[in-house]
Ligand binder design. Structure first.
Ligand SMILES: Nc1ncnc2c1ncn2[C@@H]1O[C@H](COP(=O)(O)OP(=O)(O)OP(=O)(O)O)[C@@H](O)[C@H]1O
Length: 265
């Protein structure tokens, strides 16, 4: 638990920096501006959630950081390097809403996958796949296949896989959006433990205001059409956090504030 406080206070400046980033897509409706002049500085070891109406560009922002998309304008820096350099060094982990596991491979082989793919690609130090499975609470299920697991367990495997290359940045795009509420709550608590244990910088996309407040040190609220920064809201609640925090007035005050902000996005 002490590690959690250390993680929260171990924040440096500007691990992720976006300067006036604009992203456009060609579509059958013509040119769509997904992000317009988005500027934000997020500290190392931080936990930031992205919140905003559907289509405001949350996934697009993650994809820009992950080097899956190139902005039309603006600058992106990840620990002082370009997203491409950081991706080549395998310092970025990505978890999607769908765990996207290989169904014909066992749990442990799915977690090992990033270590097997592109072995020569200048990867940094790696974690042990067995230890990552233990970290996400799946010790003993190494030989299981994805179809034998629940949705929550599959997401844990996806998180273990994302962590195995010891990423400096963990990008999570609605990772718990398809899970039932109890499983989601449990994984929220576990994710905070994982964050404390690894010290990775997390960018987390969600549609849930309570989830964003519970997890994050700050919430980046985006408005839509085109996606712009509406506000960066500091979540000044101490760590470690447990689910009872959600009944506290300071928690409710923050969720109400975010709800009001979202109504004007
Ligand atoms: N490959 C693409 N081609 C064309 N338009 C796209 C593409 N990807 C995203 N867009 C558009 O860019 C905008 C932002 O999309 P994005 O998926 O980033 O939003 P989002 O905030 O993540 O949405 P949601 O909350 O619904 O997941 C939307 O208008 C979307 O239709």
């Amino acid at each position: 638990m002490d590690t959690m406080n250390k993680t929260a206070s171990r924040t440096g400046e500007g691990a992720l920096s976006l300067g006036e980033v604009t992203v456009r897509f060609e579509s059958d409706r013509g040119l769509v501006t997904a992000l317009q002049d988005v500027s934000v500085e997020l500290p190392e070891h931080g936990f930031t959630s992205l919140l905003g109406p559907s289509g405001c560009g949350k996934s697009t922002l993650l994809r820009v950081v992950a080097d899956l998309l190139e902005p039309a304008a603006g600058a992106v820096s990840v620990f002082g390097a370009t997203p491409r350099e950081v991706r080549r060094r395998r310092e970025i982990g990505f978890v999607f809403q769908d765990a996207a596991l290989l169904p014909w491979q066992s749990v442990i082989d799915n977690v090992r996958l990033p270590l097997r793919v592109g072995k020569s690609a200048g990867r940094g130090p790696a974690e042990s796949p067995e230890e990552m499975l233990e970290l996400v609470g799946l010790k003993g299920r190494e030989r299981a296949y994805p179809h034998e697991l629940s949705g929550g367990m599959r997401q844990r495997v996806a998180i273990a896989r994302a962590l195995v290359c010891r990423p400096r940045v963990l990008l999570m795009d609605e990772p718990f959006g398809a899970l039932d509420e109890i499983t989601r709550d449990r994984l929220n608590e576990e994710l905070l433990n994982i964050w404390a244990a690894t010290g990775t910088t997390v960018l987390f996309v969600t549609h849930s205001i309570p989830e964003a407040v519970f997890l994050s040190q700050r919430v980046l609220v985006l408005s839509s059409h085109p996606g712009r920064v509406r506000e960066l809201v500091e979540i000044d609640l101490p760590y470690p956090r447990d689910l009872e925090l959600r009944d506290r007035p300071e928690f409710t005050a923050l969720t109400s504030r975010l709800r009001r902000l979202l109504e004007t996005c």
